[in-house]
Design a protein around this ligand. Structure first.
Ligand code: ADP
Length: 462
């Protein structure tokens, strides 16, 4: 049953085609994503915007469903057909009852590290050894693949030199197909509608490209390693829950040669580079305050969802075309407070209690936010300049704190110091920080009538 009062901003998925709209109605295809803009239209209808085309019109609420968030679920797998180390006979047992094209992938017991593709055909099971050569995988020395996902994708569409195309995966017990779940919830996008453009960034695990999806400019993070892709599924499921103007929005994912994560395009790149390349002659302190407030509002939303970011830093804040700062990189975001791996922690941004006792909380995010404020007001300088990580860890623990950045207003520096209270309880919550910053913005706001983002846009000329 359709809910009859969806809030503005709700994302929904069209259940079918609506190709011949009446006057004032919106046209769409099955699977298109639409955003509710106004709910006060006539009963059973609302005004909606087509995410891809930007067109607006009335939609019948019974012909759409709300796009659901995915639950973080460790059994969700990009490779549900991967059974790990099982023997040949065990694999044969799992492919019963026989069915042409039923398949699984296992790791060879005799040759550890090698994979075997097992396919049921004409009542038999054929075992194809997958050879690892020059960083690629191959069965026949003709077709080469980046990873298993890529290989399965190929043989599901082409027979190539194997006996049958792969028709039906045999899932490992307990594994749930991420592809199926993403698709059911409306987060799986259509590769044929995506055009990949220039490389605009290099992440730790793969390149980020600019692109177009159904006419909308997007950013695409490409993850080619299947194990990493599986790890990124966590980030993606977290992102399906988040909708806020100051968080980079996930548009959906595509499974192709690995995982493609499609988000809104933040054309001015990350905040560190933004500030470094422009500097104080271009970006004025009122704009720095706006960025600080943007990030704070995004974090207040995360705080309200009881989510801890754990990696808040200016490098993980991106700037949109119209100069709005949004938090990104939710890879480490979790509800619980224990960190599994502290070797990778960003020491200069991490609160002492998180470094020492792995105690992460919204209040450890507040500490990081203080460091981020310092980065913003020093125009993208590396925090604790000239100090090594070991030195930072030791000295901060015994009370050392960074000085105010050059020309930073004392009230702003006072906010940083509050964020760096040794006792997490004494640090202000994000909603309190927002109030403080709003006061600062009010105090430094330009004359009425001037545009909020106008300063940066015209001065930077981009
Ligand atoms: P990682 O977390 O692996 O370091 P990121 O997601 O931070 O990778 O991406 C690396 C860089 O790519 C960013 O610093 C930024 O410059 C660029 N980038 C990432 N996402 C976007 C986006 N949505 N819009 C524009 N640029 C982006």
């Amino acid at each position: 049953m359709a809910k009859m009062s969806w809030a503005a901003g709700t994302q929904c998925v069209a259940k079918g085609d609506h190709k011949k709209p009446k006057a004032g109605e919106l046209a769409y295809h099955k699977g298109d994503i639409l955003t509710v803009v106004d709910t006060s239209a006539r009963k059973g209808y609302c005004m909606a915007r087509h995410n891809a085309t930007g067109a607006e019109g009335l939609i019948n609420l019974s012909s759409v469903r709300e796009r659901e968030a995915l639950r973080v679920d460790p059994s969700l797998s990009l490779m549900p057909w991967f059974h790990g180390k099982i023997s040949g006979p065990e694999a044969v047992g799992k492919l019963l009852p026989a069915e042409d094209g039923l398949f699984l992938v296992r790791e060879s017991i005799r040759h550890p590290g090698d994979y075997v593709l097992c396919v049921s055909v004409s009542g038999d099971v054929i075992h194809y050894r997958v050879i690892y050569k020059d960083n690629k995988l191959t069965i026949d020395n003709t077709q080469y693949f980046y990873n298993l996902i890529d290989m399965i994708e190929f043989y599901s569409k082409n027979k190539g030199s194997i006996a049958t195309t792969l028709l039906k995966p045999k899932p490992k017990q307990g594994a749930k197909s991420a592809e199926l779940e993403l698709s059911k919830a409306g987060w799986l996008l259509d590769i044929t509608k995506l055009t990949l453009g220039e490389n605009i960034g290099e992440g730790e695990f793969g390149a980020v490209h600019e692109g177009q999806y159904m006419g909308q400019r997007v950013a695409v993070k490409t993850i080619k390693c299947d194990v990493t892709a599986q790890a990124f599924l966590q980030e993606t499921t977290v992102m399906t829950k988040l909708q806020h103007k100051n968080l980079v929005r996930l548009l959906g994912v595509i499974l192709h040669k690995g995982l493609l994560i499609v988000t809104e395009l933040m054309s001015k790149g990350n905040l560190v580079n933004f500030l470094r390349t422009r500097g104080r002659s271009v970006v004025k302190s009122a704009q720095l305050l706006r960025f600080s407030l943007d990030v704070c509002e995004g974090m207040e939303y995360l705080e309200s969802k009881k989510l801890v970011h754990r990696d808040l830093a200016a490098r993980n804040v991106l700037v949109s075309d119209d100069g709005v700062a949004k938090v990104s990189d939710f890879g480490l975001t979790k509800v619980d407070s224990k960190a599994p791996d502290n070797a990778k922690l960003p020491v200069k941004w991490t609160a002492p209690e998180a470094l020492k006792k792995e105690k992460f909380s919204t209040k450890s995010d507040v500490w990081s936010y203080g460091v981020l404020l310092w980065e913003i007001f020093s125009y993208g300088r590396q925090p604790y300049p000239k100090m090594s990580l070991v030195e930072v860890k030791e000295r901060v623990q015994v009370g050392y704190r960074m000085d105010a950045p050059e020309d930073c207003a004392p009230a702003v520096y006072a906010i940083m110091r509050m964020c760096w209270e040794p006792e997490p309880r004494k640090r202000p919550a994000f909603h309190k920080l927002r109030e403080k910053l709003e006061r600062e913005v009010g105090a430094s706001s330009p004359a009425p009538g001037s545009q909020r983002r106008g300063g940066v846009r015209s001065a930077s000329g981009c």
